[in-house]
Write a protein that binds this ligand. Structure first.
Ligand SMILES: Cc1cc2nc3c(=O)[nH]c(=O)nc-3n(C[C@H](O)[C@H](O)[C@H](O)COP(=O)(O)O)c2cc1C
Length: 365
């Protein structure tokens, strides 16, 4: 029930009755769902489509965002603006081909021309020097090792026509043999995990320095992501008004919103892949990066608390009035940041047992 409606009902002396009726309605609704709505929807795809088309807008924001992401992806792939996600994915696919233990003599035939095209567009637009150096090295290596068949020869001619001088010629971006963690890595990691807790009481105005936030984001960028496309970014709010306003939009932070010194909005994007099956990548990749971000903050002495961003139309509309987001973007979560208050408490939050979390699959014989 909205606050406005609550006020009106209060004035009319009907709030109590209305609240009871609302609770009753919720109970009846839940019972009806359990008895027949959900079992029916579970059984029939046609009914599901009908239900979500006419009776529920649960997935409408997700659908809109998927459509917007796909649109921008296809538009960028066509040019003239290059599609960095496509370039990243294709270069990554070539890397996998190059690294394969039993390397094929010919691979990447179906996307090599497209990749050179994207590289050429990226160079023409002076896009990220790092990405261009990486793409240049991988393409060079690819053309060196594959057998020359007509499609590859054509793509190679195209590649040779792209005038590019590496930004950092002394640094190779080719696959390499990885190093091992040092002997004490596990203990260090465990130590960091043991001190990280969700903090909800902060030293007033303990806004983390931008330098530290940048360091944490650099670490977060090392997170794995699907085809290395990294469909997320961090928008950091430092001014009290915006921090409190946005924190208050997330129900789970209302009790401590006023005391949050700074807030990161982890923003996900559906524009990195045209595939409907990939529509959740922004949550997966965004969350993997967020965890590293919070651990990095912790290692820098900055405490944090992840805050749920529920899929609620009204909240999102309000957020978009404060922070500019693209149509194909939406928040994955919020992260409160600051220095933990000296006497503030953190919850014990008992974890599940390993036996509950882990099962080794034993195939049937
Ligand atoms: C996705 C996500 C959403 C969360 N949302 C909230 C929230 O809205 N409000 C809150 O106080 N804590 C929130 N938390 C923090 C959890 O309550 C907390 O991580 C959990 O209870 C374990 O405690 P710990 O982080 O202190 O170890 C969230 C955590 C995650 C990962």
């Amino acid at each position: 029930m909205g606050k406005h409606l609550q006020n009106i009902l209060q004035k009319a002396g009907l709030l109590d009755v209305a609240q009871k009726a609302f609770l009753k309605w919720m109970t009846v609704k839940a019972e009806a769902e359990l008895l027949f709505v959900l079992p029916l929807l579970n059984k029939s795809g046609v009914l599901r489509r009908f239900y979500f088309a006419f009776f529920s807008s649960t997935f409408s924001a997700e659908m809109r965002q998927y459509i917007n992401g796909r649109f921008i992806y296809l538009q960028r792939s066509k040019g003239p603006v290059f599609n960095e996600s496509l370039l990243r994915r294709n270069i990554h696919r070539l890397e996998k081909g190059i690294m394969a233990e039993e390397r094929k003599k010919v691979f990447g035939l179906d996307f090599i021309r497209e990749t050179v095209g994207q590289f050429s567009a990226s160079v023409a637009q002076n896009a990220s020097a790092e990405v261009n150096d990486w793409a240049f090295d991988i393409l060079n290596e690819y053309f060196n090792i594959v057998d020359q068949v007509p499609e590859i020869e054509q793509a190679y001619e195209y590649f040779k026509g792209v005038v590019y001088f590496k930004n950092n010629p002394n640094q190779s971006k080719l696959p390499y043999v990885k190093s091992h963690p040092h002997a004490d890595a596990f203990n260090h990691f465990q130590g960091l995990l043991n001190v990280r807790k969700s903090v909800r009481s902060f030293v007033p105005d303990s806004i983390p320095s931008r330098e530290n936030v940048e360091k944490a984001v650099r670490m977060a960028s090392t997170a794995p992501s699907s085809c290395n496309r990294q469909p997320f970014r961090f928008v950091v709010l430092e001014d009290k008004k915006s921090v409190v306003a946005v924190s208050n939009l997330a129900g789970g932070a209302r009790s401590f919103a006023e005391g949050i010194p700074a807030l990161a909005i982890v923003v996900g994007s559906t524009s990195v892949s045209p595939s409907p099956g990939d529509r959740h990548l922004m949550y997966i990749d965004g969350s993997l990066a967020s965890m590293i971000f919070m651990l990095a903050l912790e290692s820098l002495g900055i405490s944090s608390c992840p805050i749920n961003w529920a899929d609620i139309k009204k909240s999102e509309r309000a957020l978009r009035k404060i922070v500019a987001l693209e149509k194909f973007e939406r928040p994955v979560m919020l992260i409160a940041m600051g220095e933990a208050a000296e006497t503030g408490l953190v919850a014990c939050s008992v974890r599940k047992e390993v036996s509950e979390l882990l099962k080794f699959h034993v195939p049937e014989k």
